[in-house]
Write a protein that binds this ligand. Structure first.
Ligand SMILES: [Zn+2]
Ligand SMILES: [Zn+2]
Length: 360
């Protein structure tokens, strides 16, 4: 498995599964309607386990649309790819959407080795965790940290300690599978996006937090708290020994179909100084609807001397590429690559994130 083509067929054109996955990836990257994207991903899931004979019979007999999850446009893609042609839909998307998402930050983007914030369908993401992992690998990452939500975020199907423990077994299985397939070195790391509770404590047991590689702590509730208690809450969360990254610190939404909302108000200097003191990275959340922290706060965190983590916060495989946006913002703010933890080798990152290890 290399590059973006992972289908069964060789040659210049991708096979049917690779073509469908690539179309879904490019649509997600372009932030297209999720319903349309789901159609291509479910078609890929239907084709994947079919034998070559079964697929040939369905293509030549024009019965693809009788199969579950395959509609007319997916069937056209499969048919073209099966015949060794680049599907027209795919060619169009490659031409329109495959380039860098933004002009800036290219050097920094090339220096990133992984991503510390991503979601699967175990919480509110749209794809299985293995699909997230395979896509991260295809993007050239050395690692992806899977950070599904914590229990109290019920709207996002936050994981109880029991479900998180089961997820960790699945992560082990995916890593074993990748290692057995000779996928040199890529690792799906264990993580969480843990809710910061009202008093600044974290919404998961110590026992489970201790079993993870990386923990992103974020505020998702009572964003409109008064500045003083919000500052206390965030400083307390940053001071927790398990916290590694402060996620989307203001919680603002600046655009997008979830509407907009102003950021939380807090003493940003106090919070960033706590991050510096406790060796917690300030997240540069790459989602265009967040652009969090806002530029003024980003520059303040830079001046305070904080570490940063440029995260995609991807809820679908194609959104893993959102890192482009965060890299452009970090470059504009003049943040040195050395202070961005996901430019570090994975061993250094994991050791930095482990409160039991000496910091690297
Ligand atoms: Zn979040
Ligand atoms: Zn998130």
């Amino acid at each position: 498995m290399s590059g973006a083509t992972t289908g069964a067929e060789g040659g210049p054109a991708p096979g049917p599964v690779a073509a469908l996955r690539r179309i879904a990836f490019l649509l997600e990257r372009a932030r297209e309607d999720t319903y349309k994207i789901k159609a291509f991903r479910s078609a890929a899931a239907t084709v994947l386990p079919m034998s070559p004979d079964e697929l040939a019979a369905a293509v030549t007999g024009a019965t693809l649309t009788d199969l579950p999850g395959i509609g007319a446009s997916s069937a056209r893609v499969i048919t073209d790819a099966w015949h060794g042609r680049v599907p027209e839909r795919l060619a169009r998307l490659e031409a329109e959407h495959a380039g860098p998402l933004v002009p800036g930050g290219r050097e920094l983007r090339a220096a990133l080795r992984g991503d510390l914030h991503s979601h699967s369908d175990w919480s509110d993401g749209g794809s299985p965790l293995e699909e997230m992992a395979f896509t991260a690998l295809e993007l050239g990452h050395d690692y992806l940290v899977l950070t599904d939500h914590s229990p109290r975020l019920t709207v996002a199907h936050g994981l109880s300690a029991e479900r998180l423990a089961r997820q960790l077994d699945v992560v082990d299985a995916v890593n074993d599978h990748l290692a057995a397939g000779g996928e040199s070195g890529f690792r799906l790391l264990k993580g969480i996006e843990v809710d910061i509770l009202d008093d600044g404590s974290l919404d998961q047991s110590e026992e489970m937090l201790s079993r993870l590689d990386v923990r992103v702590a974020s505020v998702h509730s009572k964003l409109a708290m008064e500045p003083e208690p919000m500052t206390r809450r965030m400083v307390a969360a940053v001071a927790q020994p398990w916290t590694n990254v402060l996620g989307h610190c203001t919680g603002r939404l600046v655009t997008g179909n979830r509407g907009t909302r102003p950021g939380s108000r807090f003493d940003a200097r106090a919070v960033f100084e706590a991050c510096l003191e406790h060796d917690v990275a300030v997240e540069i959340n790459s989602r265009p609807e967040r652009r969090d922290p806002p530029t003024k706060l980003l520059e303040l965190a830079r001046d305070v001397g904080c570490l940063f983590s440029i995260d995609s916060d991807a809820h679908a495989p194609g959104q893993l590429d959102m890192l482009d946006h965060g890299c452009e913002r970090a470059e504009l703010a003049g943040i040195p690559a050395e202070r961005i933890v996901n430019t570090w080798p994975v061993e250094r990152l994991v050791s930095w994130a482990d409160p039991g290890a000496s910091s690297g």
